[in-house]
Write a new protein. Structure first.
Length: 171
């Protein structure tokens, strides 16, 4: 379910920086759980990830298209393949970003574990903070397979900086 907020003023923090948002934000919910949003902090993180990318980029998760838009602005990025398994997300978001990247409907971990010629792999993973420790072992095992298949690629796993080659909060 997509919810758009009305006009409002709301503070957001990114590191030590506060941003006041005046206007509309888009949130994507699964049930009552916020799944994705286009607030300033998330846009900034996606911008930082995109700035770390070059040549061929594999992206796990279409989201609201924030990362695709930021990758499009990076002249070092030559091609982008997005792997999204949710038909609902594809139906809602793909029409807005179509033409800026290629898309496949598949399981990201399966696709990323296959050998390929990717320079950067970015997974915008949803991290349920309440279950972070349980997810950590699963993500660690899957990330190991991705690294085995792509030993020279930069791997960025949003939500799991301890398993990533880059942490936007340390910039």
């Amino acid at each position: 379910m997509v919810r758009r907020t009305g006009s409002f003023v709301r503070p957001y923090w990114f590191g030590d920086t506060e941003a006041l948002v005046i206007g509309d934000l888009t949130y994507l919910y699964e049930g009552e759980t916020e799944w994705m949003a286009d607030d300033p902090a998330r846009v900034e993180v996606m911008r930082r990830y995109a700035n770390q990318a070059w040549d061929s980029v594999l992206v796990g998760g279409l989201g609201l298209g924030l990362l695709v838009e930021e990758l499009r602005k990076n002249p070092r990025v030559k091609n982008v393949l997005i792997v999204e398994e949710s038909t609902h997300v594809i139906d809602m978001v793909w029409p807005e970003v179509k033409g800026r990247a290629a898309l496949t409907e598949d399981d990201f971990w399966e696709t990323a574990s296959r050998r390929g010629d990717w320079d950067v792999i970015i997974a915008d993973l949803w991290d349920d903070h309440a279950q972070h420790d349980l997810l950590m072992e699963e993500v660690r095992a899957r990330a190991r397979k991705v690294r085995d298949a792509h030993p020279h690629a930069r791997v960025i796993l949003h939500g799991f900086p301890e398993l990533s080659d880059y942490d936007p909060l340390r910039e």
